[in-house]
Design a binder for this molecule. Structure first.
Ligand code: CYT
Length: 276
């Protein structure tokens, strides 16, 4: 059996063999946000199934393709779909693509997700920049023997969501005529949505958003020294905030509805991130 580092290296080598450039920025697209990948110019599309050791998503709305190309001349890698721990994947599998992107030489990662809104200041369809996270999944992607080729045993998470990139995103939204709020993202394992009692508890803990992804990718990206921008789309208000149930179709539908706003923001941000 080869170790995780070698497995990630073979995946990275396979991807390198398909493109003649090195991506500088990577983007992981969350539920309902996959269409952003169609913005990529001169795309090379690689199905996850073709990449050695890459995990396959089983969720409707996550298509499972790596799209490499450029936006505004900046070489980027876009993950259209991710795998989640609730699908039964190990932490190593959930974060494998992030490790591979880092080995490809990506310096900045934009993580996106569909989240429930805990903060009542947000409305459905709001885009929120993640200022910090609370990991309540009960596990950690850096668990186990540390491989120093990835990073150090203990690593800082005090500015995991880059203050500079958050500032850029807020300024860009302002230029586009809308207010980008900041918030703390709390991660649970899922797949059940939260109960109203859990949401009240999470609000007391300081959470503004709740979801089932992102934190493990962020932990691994920080382990490997990558700068992060996190964006959540509030696809629904969290359980108990409104007097109505939550359903996955609605989560997907809201993602599609704010697609233009989301795409316009990301497209404008990429060249600004690149010169950071
Ligand atoms: N919504 C969502 N909880 C929610 O209410 N998209 C994830 C988790």
């Amino acid at each position: 059996m080869t170790d995780l580092y070698s497995q990630a290296q073979s995946a990275a080598e396979y991807i390198r063999s398909k493109v003649s450039f090195r991506p500088e920025i990577a983007i992981i697209l969350g539920s309902g946000l996959g269409n952003f990948a169609s913005q990529v110019e001169n795309p090379t599309i690689i199905p996850y199934a073709d990449i050695p050791n890459f995990p396959q998503s089983t969720v409707v709305g996550h298509s499972g393709k790596l799209v490499l190309g450029t936006i505004a001349g900046i070489p980027i890698a876009v993950m259209q779909g991710r795998v989640h721990a609730y699908e039964g994947y190990s932490m190593a599998q959930v974060t494998f693509p992030t490790r591979v992107l880092a080995l490809l030489g990506v310096q900045q990662l934009i993580v996106t997700n569909a989240a429930g809104g805990i903060n009542t200041r947000y409305g459905q369809g709001a885009i929120v920049v993640i200022s910090d996270h609370i990991n309540l999944t009960g596990t950690n992607a850096a668990l186990g023997t540390n491989d120093p080729r990835f990073g150090q045993r203990f690593f800082d998470m005090s500015a995991a969501y880059s203050p500079a990139l958050r500032k850029l995103a807020i300024a860009e939204a302002g230029k586009q005529g809308w207010t980008l709020d900041e918030g703390v993202y709390l991660a649970v394992l899922g797949p059940s949505y939260e109960t109203p009692a859990e949401i009240r508890a999470f609000r007391t803990l300081g959470a503004d958003l709740v979801g089932m992804s992102t934190v493990h990718e962020v932990i691994v990206a920080r382990h490997m020294g990558i700068e992060i921008l996190g964006l959540s789309v509030v696809t629904n208000m969290a359980a108990g905030v409104l007097d109505e149930p939550i359903n996955h179709e609605e989560v997907m539908e809201i993602g599609r509805r704010i697609e233009d706003q989301f795409t316009t923001l990301l497209t404008a941000l990429i060249p600004q991130l690149a010169i950071q």
